[in-house]
Write a protein that binds this ligand. Structure first.
Ligand code: SAH
Length: 233
């Protein structure tokens, strides 16, 4: 079933306009058809009751309350020098099932805070577009960026993806926990000091097999493996 985002809700009526309305037209949806509508942070099953020139009205049939599958994975993604790679990282992380992505400033990554702040809205839109496509029960959240130097373990299992130093394989991680934090480097990798800092703080190094992934893919691969292998599915 198609999924669209509302612009506002009036009682039991959800209003779809703007680019979402254009998407509805492109999908050739008709009055009387059902669709999923994400509105004010909730997901509804709704029926299209009216389509006009510029907007559609949908009546709520029921609220869809699907629990997220698998454990809670937070991806701490170093912001790549090439900012467009962050968009790929967000899209792939969302598809893989990460609950939240936290952009990180790191030594070999993009450092200009004001530029990153300007991108936040676009990054959130990419997360919403992915949520529509992959049918996850909730959009992946994108948190405000922080510096790697300020990062401390916040989840039950804290991992740093380290293709240099090596470390545990995914199979050696305790896959029975509720929450996982995964730190991923930028295109040029972490500096040695950054990896040491994270390890000293309790992040366990993990080596993904068999080769080296691009920065925008590594986090999604680790997340997908954890989501699929976790005992709590
Ligand atoms: N240019 C670096 C590669 C960076 S890949 C090099 O030559 O080594 C970008 C990031 O993805 C890395 O910092 C790491 O966090 C993650 N990564 C990529 N492949 C990985 C692997 N096989 N195992 C663990 N982490 C990996």
């Amino acid at each position: 079933m198609e999924r669209l985002l509302c612009s506002k809700r009036e009682g039991s009526v959800l209003i779809i306009d703007g680019s979402e309305f254009r998407h509805l037209r492109a999908l050739r949806l008709k009055e009387g058809e059902n669709l999923e509508v994400f509105c004010e942070d909730r997901l509804f099953l709704a029926k299209i009751s009216r389509i006009t020139n510029g907007y559609a009205l949908c009546s709520i049939l029921e609220e869809l309350k699907t629990p997220p599958a698998g454990p809670y994975v937070v991806l701490y993604q170093c912001i790549p020098l090439d900012l467009s790679l962050m968009e790929e990282a967000i899209d792939m992380a969302s598809q893989s099932g990460a609950a939240k992505l936290v952009p990180l400033f790191c030594k070999r990554g993009f450092q200009v805070k004001s530029k990153v702040e300007e991108k936040m809205e676009r990054w959130k839109r990419i997360s919403l577009a992915s949520f529509k496509q992959c049918k996850r029960p909730r959009p992946m959240e994108i948190e405000n960026p922080i510096s790697l130097a300020d990062l401390h373990p916040g989840e039950e299992v804290s991992l740093v993806l380290d293709n240099f130093g090596g470390g545990l394989s995914i199979k050696e991680i305790d896959l029975s926990k509720e929450s996982y934090g995964i730190v991923v480097g930028p295109e040029g990798g972490f500096s040695q000091e950054e990896v040491e800092l994270l390890k000293n703080r309790g992040f366990k190094p993990v080596l993904l097999k068999p080769y080296i992934y691009r920065a925008q893919m590594a986090g999604a691969v680790a997340t997908a493996l954890i989501m699929n292998l976790a005992k709590r599915m």
